[in-house]
Write a protein that binds this ligand. Structure first.
Ligand code: SF4
Length: 80
């Protein structure tokens, strides 16, 4: 059995580049040097969102990141 995962989705177009997500969950979030927005590391484009499946041990960090996001554009889905 593989490691349990959860899903993160990011509505990147609405990101204002505040940097909070990259402070709370460094392994998933990195600030882009070109446009100043956050990149979801390993994420794939799906419509208006960038999505990634991440190991469950990163769940708490990313819940904090989602809570801290002033735009509320980070969504966490445990049911995958
Ligand atoms: S916390 Fe939200 S608005 Fe701030 S950089 Fe991350 S995704 Fe963008």
């Amino acid at each position: 059995m593989g490691t349990k995962k959860f899903k993160i989705s990011h509505k990147r177009n609405d990101c204002i580049g505040c940097g909070s997500c990259a402070i709370y969950a460094k392994r998933q979030w990195q600030m882009n040097k070109d446009d100043g927005k956050a990149d979801l590391i390993g994420g794939k484009k799906k419509g208006d969102f960038i999505v990634s499946e991440v190991d469950i041990d990163e769940l708490e960090n990313n819940k904090e990141a989602a809570k801290a996001c002033p735009m509320q554009i980070i969504k966490i889905d445990k049911n995958i």
